[in-house]
Design a protein around this ligand. Structure first.
Ligand SMILES: Nc1nc2c(ncn2[C@@H]2O[C@H](COP(=O)(O)OP(=O)(O)OP(=O)(O)O)[C@@H](O)[C@H]2O)c(=O)[nH]1
Ligand SMILES: [Mg+2]
Length: 456
């Protein structure tokens, strides 16, 4: 990782828009800007950024040699008061694909290097503007699709997880120093902390951490949403329900069995929970090669699903319906799937079951609340003030911390010497440090930042 060069990238999405922002960061970003930016079209008036105040904006023109590229606003951020902690320039230009590409090329021609994905944020981390969990929160915030995802990533960005980790860290450090002090005086047989008290302290920390680990399920739901698969026999009304939930004519609906061949996928938000809604090919015996492949994919989607609606056509014969109810019971995990009887406007309504019609808004509303109710019940979806783990990496680190602390406890129980116990305590500290990036390596960093977009 080279921190000495100057990087540049388009920080706004590629496309046509009102403005686009190209960002330059590094020790040469002011020099590069001074080469290409003029306050008049005759290129007589230049800007001396060293003599200009930080956090000011300047109107002018970008030139590639004699060719004018655009009319722009240049924002100046002097180190350390910038996102990356380095000297930074943001060029706000007209938002066109070609214009911004030309500006990016111009900055590169003038001495910048094209930034890698997430490199601005990586520099912010390396310059200690953010810790690692906050840097990850930046990526989550950008990707947030629901209010709860937005809220939890913003909290993490503000340092809620970092603060929590640092209190736990301090508690472990205190415990470690006591044990190590005791080691220094081991010959004198002094006990600085009664072993029981020490043990309670550690198991208290383990308990707290386990609670945080269990928040991960709801954290995952908040961040990634729920894969909700609509399944059932052909013609049971899957695509009709899919369209009705999306409020759009997305899937083809017809009274011909086997209309949907491939699966379709769209996002919706119900009661603040993000759903990845999937319509599938109806299940039946088929001679058709393509339909058979579609049905195979339906089963794959069912396997991967977080939640399944199994649709049963209530206009069919009693025998058929009983068979279907039986099939559902025997083949689906009842914790995360519900049978839904369709076409109730022209079929038989079954008491105590969920019956819907796509022509009856009320029944769709009831279906939605059954879904969210069941999800909230099983995942205990949390929002609000407490810490919610949304990131698998953090969860794995905390699990390793818990593992090490459990070793500590078993060490105490087996009356192991303080030397062994302090090794486990130090391991726990290392794993905690990995979350915030106090302990890290290039591989972890690359893994995290490669998922960022370019320009962030
Ligand atoms: N009356 C009534 N008809 C419905 C309802 N839902 C679906 N239908 C009709 O049932 C037929 C099949 O609907 P689809 O949504 O295509 O069924 P599907 O399960 O997607 O079928 P495949 O894609 O073939 O597996 C269509 O003619 C729909 O108009 C409903 O609530 N009431
Ligand atoms: Mg269909």
């Amino acid at each position: 990782m080279n921190l000495n060069d100057t990087i540049s990238a388009i920080s706004t999405p590629i496309g046509e828009g009102g403005i686009s922002v190209t960002r330059i960061s590094g020790s040469n970003s002011f020099g590069i800007t001074e080469k290409i930016f003029f306050k008049d079209t005759a290129r007589n008036r230049k800007i001396s950024i060293q003599e200009t105040a930080s956090h000011t904006i300047h109107f002018g023109y970008l030139f590639d040699g004699e060719n004018q590229i655009d009319e722009v606003m240049v924002s100046i951020f002097k180190k350390p008061n910038s996102y990356t902690g380095e000297d930074t320039i943001e060029i706000s230009s007209h938002g066109g694909v070609l214009v911004t590409q030309k500006i990016l090329s111009l900055t590169i021609k003038s001495g910048a290097r094209h930034a890698e994905p997430g490199e601005f944020t990586k520099r912010a981390f390396l310059n200690k503007r953010l810790d690692l969990s906050q840097a990850e929160a930046v990526a989550d915030l950008i990707k947030a699709k629901t209010d709860s995802a937005h809220e939890s990533s913003l909290k993490q960005l503000e340092g809620s997880l970092s603060k929590y980790i640092s209190t736990v860290r301090q508690e472990i450090i205190d415990a470690t120093s006591l044990i190590e002090l005791e080691l220094d005086f081991s010959e004198e047989d002094i006990e600085f902390v009664p072993k029981d008290e020490f043990r309670n302290k550690i198991s208290g920390i383990v308990e707290k951490l386990n609670e945080i680990i269990s928040s991960y399920i709801s954290g995952k739901i908040i961040r990634d949403g729920i894969n909700l698969v609509i399944s059932g026999r052909t013609n049971s009304g899957k695509s009709s329900l899919f369209n009705q939930l999306l409020k759009s004519d997305r899937a083809i609906v017809s009274n011909i069995s086997g209309t949907t061949r491939d699966y379709l996928q769209e996002n919706i938000v119900i009661d603040g929970i993000l759903f990845n809604l999937i319509d599938t090919a109806g299940i039946r015996q088929s001679e058709d090669v393509i339909e058979t492949e579609g049905i195979k994919r339906s089963f794959r989607k069912i396997e991967e699903a977080d939640f399944i609606l199994y649709l049963i056509d209530s206009t069919e014969s009693m025998d058929f319906i009983e068979n279907e109810a039986e099939y559902f019971k025997n083949n689906f995990d009842l914790k995360k799937s519900i049978p839904v009887f369709t076409k109730k406007d022209i079929g038989k309504v079954r008491k105590g079951e969920i019956s819907i019609s796509v022509y009856d808004e009320g029944s769709i509303k009831e279906l939605k609340s059954s879904i969210t109710g069941k999800i909230n019940e099983s995942a205990n979806v949390k929002t609000g003030s407490e810490i919610i783990l949304t990131n698998l990496r953090h969860k794995l680190c905390i699990e390793s911390v818990v593992n090490s602390l459990e070793q500590v406890i078993s060490g105490i129980d087996r009356k192991m010497s303080g030397e062994f116990i302090s090794v486990d305590l130090r391991n726990a500290l290392n794993y905690l440090g990995e979350i915030t990036g106090e302990v890290t390596n290039e591989e972890i960093l690359n893994n995290i930042f490669k998922n960022f977009c370019i320009g962030k």
